[in-house]
Design a protein around this ligand. Structure first.
Ligand SMILES: [Zn+2]
Ligand SMILES: [Zn+2]
Length: 388
């Protein structure tokens, strides 16, 4: 099973869809044009069922194989949303919408899964049911969770689910994956430090809030270096330090700190949350200040089920022969994690070559990767549900 010949034939058509999505980026759940085009194409392909409005603006297509002797159902997922970035690629197919851009390659993911759907609807060379999932709001909106919460897994009886993301820095036509954690849990926190404001020339009459907040920022670095097992990973980054005053001579009453915690292990996640709170509270108390802490848990760890990772590797090997099976996990978040929490499955990287990194204004999805990505999606269905 090398790259399927059909995808070489379909490449101009899939590329045209990809560039059309690229020219017309939409954010979060507002992917109305994209979702309508996806649903229209799925109907044109002859999918047995096409349902819009799952998880607000998600689309689900159902393709039944030639036979269904074992009641098998495999889900394939792509994401549809873009980012609020001003594009600087200079490409002929650059964004026509100022301030919005497909800078994460979701245009490519959607087009590749559409290509796979077209092929699967033509050939139906499998025993069971393929469910193609197009989700909104991957970039911070939890669209994957919204689709799961809408009962998608139960409604279509999805038994296992597979996702893919392009990755700059890996050769086009190559894949990378690992069993276990692939992407991080992403949590965020706000800490409001309250001291006693006053005249900067009379610090002894104040509780210096900027000093207290500074101690908190420094001490937070010890969570990674002193609290978490050195063989496990955590990131604690404080990204906002905001005083209420911009004066040269006022000790502010409050300082707001904001940051993010990234982890790959549930125990580390719990420990980091507890330590963020204890460090902030303890340091504030030692200085006579107080803190208010809001800690919000975001996307869970994207956890590849080992068995399903092996299946994904086998198909990737057959498609390209270039598969890194022990890629390092990344500390970014991914809301396919909610689908992997609901069902076993795997998430794989597809090389995007020497392009700018995702989320950079000069990034562009490499259309040469399309035959590999579409072949992998289709190959997952044919290999997990071989024709009877
Ligand atoms: Zn992204
Ligand atoms: Zn992305």
């Amino acid at each position: 099973m090398p790259v399927k010949n059909r995808f070489a034939e379909l490449l101009p058509e899939i590329t045209a869809w990809r560039r059309d999505f690229h020219e017309n980026p939409e954010l979060l759940y507002e992917v109305h044009r994209t979702a309508a085009k996806v649903a229209g194409l799925l109907r044109e392909f002859g999918c047995d069922e096409v349902v819009e409005g799952i998880g607000q603006t998600g689309v689900v297509g159902v393709i039944r194989g030639r036979s269904d002797t074992a009641g098998r159902v495999v889900g394939l997922r792509a994401d549809m949303d873009a980012l609020p970035i001003v594009e600087q690629t200079g490409a002929a197919h650059a964004s026509k919408v100022p301030g919005k851009m497909h800078a994460c390659g979701h245009d490519g993911h959607t087009a590749m899964l559409l290509g796979a759907a077209k092929y699967l609807a033509e050939t139906r060379n499998f025993d069971g049911t393929a469910v193609v999932i197009f989700q909104p709001a991957e970039e911070g909106g939890g669209g994957g969770k919204a689709m799961v919460d809408d009962g998608m897994m139960e409604r279509w009886g999805i038994q296992e689910v597979y996702g893919m993301h392009n990755m700059p820095g890996f050769p086009v036509g190559s894949f990378a994956i690992r069993p276990g954690p692939m992407m991080a849990a992403t949590d965020q926190f706000d800490i409001v430090v309250t001291g006693k404001g006053g005249h900067a020339a009379k610090p002894h009459d104040c509780i210096d809030t900027t000093l207290v907040a500074s101690h908190i920022v420094v001490a937070m670095q010890q969570i990674a270096s002193r609290n978490v097992d050195p063989l496990k990973q955590v990131v604690v980054s404080i990204c906002t330090f905001r005083t209420e005053s911009e004066a040269y001579n006022v000790i502010p009453q409050t300082v707001v700190l904001r940051g993010t915690v990234r982890s790959l292990d549930p125990g580390v996640r719990d420990l980091a949350e507890a330590r963020v709170k204890a460090v902030a509270e303890g340091i504030a108390a030692a200085h006579g200040a107080t803190v208010g802490i809001s800690y919000i848990r975001g996307y869970p760890v994207t956890m590849n089920t080992p068995e399903n990772t092996d299946y994904a590797v086998a198909v990737a090997q057959a498609v390209s022969g270039q598969v890194d099976t022990a890629v390092a996990p990344m500390m970014g978040g991914e809301d396919f994690s909610y689908m992997l929490n609901a069902r076993p499955g795997a998430y794989i990287f597809l090389g995007n070559g020497d392009s700018a990194m995702v989320h950079h204004p000069a990034y562009d999805f490499d259309d040469n990767a399309i035959p590999f990505g579409s072949s992998w999606y289709a190959g997952m269905v044919e290999s997990r549900m071989p024709a009877a």
